[in-house]
Design a binder for this molecule. Structure first.
Ligand code: PMP
Length: 438
């Protein structure tokens, strides 16, 4: 049966001919160069049968031209939108193309990464390379373990007190937004947390001066959310907790700038904003903190078990880890996190300047010194126009600009993979919208 070319049939192509020519190429040494495909003809033949005992055979052939495309994150495709979602969020276009090219037959292995045993040599090479590239990116010291886990950052809200505390142990939380608030509520079940500062009464628009903080002398740790995704509040420097242990939820600014990992006991992040698809949670933990879990800790949340088994105690989110690995390679090839931060600052500057320069038509409520480089919340002076703003922007292929349901207004998430062109287009649209409605 001949099938028409569909986006799905295109996914079946494996244009990565290098690996076919030389299947012995070591898995970990293949360069991260995206291949842009221009498909000229595609014939897909399937022979299927209703008899489940009979195998399905799928044959694909495609004529493709290969264009080396290494310009980082320029959205050139006509069929892609600028996606300002807070997460899951935009991924680098050529990472997606690379994944597409390897989807059907990963590097001559004859399998998709989705089909591989997590204990086979192919997947082990993928997870080891992902860890090693992340270590390079963040300059992670040897005294830290890197874990690739599941359950999202939300699961870490519980895992952290379960692993570091006895039920009566005191812990401090600095609450600068909704995610910090959720973290402390979960910690109440497994420890004795104290909110030493909360920005709630000021609608989470600030971060306090650290000297003003009254940290509990006997607290096991101080927990912060390094970037509050909903409120757009980001720590630019970090407090030094009295007992030396700082823990940070970096879900929404992970790998967006260099970080001195040695200042932290634990850094954790859901992947789905800056480094991959949802389903992977990365935990970077100082090794001496491992091994003290409360007896009731579920096996999956016990850092010792996960660490001893190198994140392979059970079946990990293999495909997600592979995607994170591709993103890490891409970030390294862009020059690492110093370069990434420069790009992020430039994008954020353009957007905040447009908001501040709008004579009050647009407004960002967050105090300037702690405005997030990743999530930019803003409101319209004429709130009744907000729905129209979001609708009109979507017509121009700029989507997911509606603010979080808890705060309203608008929010533009401009993670690493959001191209400068996306921010420029948004700013041009904002100016036009203002001219029309001022
Ligand atoms: N922390 C922050 C800062 C977040 O932005 C989010 C998700 N938006 C979470 C925690 C929860 O993450 P998950 O959905 O992966 O559990």
């Amino acid at each position: 049966m001949a099938m028409a070319t569909t986006p799905h049939s295109l996914l079946l192509q494996n244009p990565n001919t290098n690996f076919l020519k030389n299947p012995k190429t070591p898995f970990a040494t293949i360069p991260m160069t995206a291949t842009r495909l221009t498909t000229t003809t595609t014939t897909t033949t399937t022979s299927t049968t209703l008899n489940p005992a009979k195998p399905i055979s799928v044959k694909c052939s495609a004529t493709t031209t290969h264009i080396q495309d290494r310009s980082p994150a320029q959205s050139e495709s006509q069929d892609r939108v600028f996606n300002f979602a807070a997460g899951p969020a935009v991924l680098p276009e050529h990472v997606l193309r690379k994944a597409q090219s390897e989807l059907y037959n990963w590097r001559g292995s004859g399998m998709s990464v989705m089909e591989m045993s997590h204990r086979g040599k192919e997947f082990l090479s993928i997870i080891q390379k992902a860890e090693s590239d992340l270590r390079t990116l963040l300059n992670i010291p040897d005294e830290y373990s890197v874990l690739f886990l599941q359950g999202g950052a939300t699961t870490q809200f519980a895992a952290i007190p379960l692993n570091l505390c006895k039920p009566d142990d005191k812990v401090d939380y600095l609450v600068t937004g909704s995610w910090g608030d959720k973290a402390v509520k979960e910690a109440q079940k497994y420890s004795n947390p104290k909110v030493i500062w909360s920005g709630k009464s000021e609608k989470y628009t600030k971060i306090p001066a650290f000297e003003e903080l009254e940290q509990s002398a006997d607290a096991k740790y101080l927990h912060i959310c390094a970037n509050e995704t909903i409120h757009g509040v980001e720590f630019k420097t970090y407090p030094n907790p009295k007992n030396g242990l700082l823990i940070a939820d970096m879900s929404s600014n992970f790998c967006s700038k260099p970080v001195d990992v040695s200042k932290f006991g634990i850094i954790y992040a859901g992947a789905q904003k800056n480094v991959g698809p949802s389903g992977v949670t990365i935990v970077i933990i100082r090794k001496d903190l491992i091994g003290n879990a409360q007896p009731v800790t579920p096996v999956m949340l016990d850092y010792k078990i996960q660490d001893e088994n190198k994140s392979l105690y059970n079946t990990p989110p293999c495909y997600g880890i592979y995607m994170c690995g591709l993103v890490f390679e891409d970030l390294l090839e862009q020059g690492g996190l110093v370069e990434i931060e420069k790009k992020n600052k430039r994008k954020a500057d353009i957007l905040y300047n447009a908001i501040d320069g709008s004579k009050g038509f647009y407004r960002c409520p967050v105090e300037k010194s702690v405005r997030s480089l990743m999530n930019v919340p803003f409101t319209l002076e004429k709130a009744e126009l907000e729905a129209e703003f979001v609708k009109e922007a979507a017509k121009e292929k700029m989507v997911q600009l509606k603010g979080h349901r808890s705060v309203g207004g608008m929010r533009a998430s401009i993670y690493n993979a959001m191209p400068l062109a996306g921010v420029e287009k948004l700013v041009a649209f904002m100016k036009e919208f203002q001219a029309k409605h001022a």
